[in-house]
Ligand binder design. Sequence first.
Ligand code: NAD
Ligand code: ZN
Length: 241
Amino acid sequence: MSIDALAALVRERQPCVVLTGAGISTESGIPDFRSATGIWSEVDPFEVASLHAFHADPERVWRFYATRAQSLLEAKPNRGHDALAELERRELVHAVITQNIDSLHHRAGSREVVEVHGSIRTAVCLGCGASEGLEAVLAQLDERSAPVCSVCDSILKPGVVLFGELLPVQAIARATELARAAELVLVVGSSLEVWPVAGLPLEAPALAIVNRGPTALDAHAVLSIDGDSGPTLASLLTALE
Ligand code: NAD
Ligand code: ZN
């Protein structure tokens, strides 16, 4: 029943923009942040994923990201990512804004993807601003403990937004523009606790949520489905046929 209601909303309220969080990727074997089994239940984010930690001990931050990057590269898009790519092909989803750094939306075939927390695909030079692909970076890490820029030899930083860092200005501007132009924002797999991204759904006249468990914006949603993203989005796809 609620799937049919969601399908009706998506059909009626175009353009629809989707905002995803770590929850859409747990079915690909990537842990989220805040669940009992989430990443931060095991390590302190400020020790391995903050700008402060990076300046204090870049090698330690790279050790964490090298392991993480390897597991993200091995992960595969799941039914949830696939369904969103298909909905974009059918022109029922205009764009995906994602807090994830795992590239799984791209790999599933979504084309209009805005990565508001950066991506593991690249590393950036803090000296000259050049960026390098992850593969070259990982190859360097076999020989040294922190990769350096091929242009100026300064140390590279993972291309993801660290705690204590500003969000990429262009991506946030684009995400805000998309949310404002949307008739519906569909949130999938996010606790909506991380600002300013959590404020994006409020830019649109209607908000729908697919999440396992509660989110910070449930009271604002016209429809909330408490369920797993893969099966729910696969059913949505069928309901929209
Ligand atoms: P979060 O951990 O705060 O929330 C994830 C939500 O998804 C939780 O409410 C959880 O119950 C729910 N969930 C888990 N599995 C689900 C499933 N299969 N179906 C539906 N819901 C499910 O994550 P968030 O809101 O994205 O927090 C933002 C931060 O997480 C961002 O900074 C992002 O960069 C980071 N992050 C990204 C990845 C990734 O790239 N895959 C992984 C972990 C964290
Ligand atoms: Zn450089």
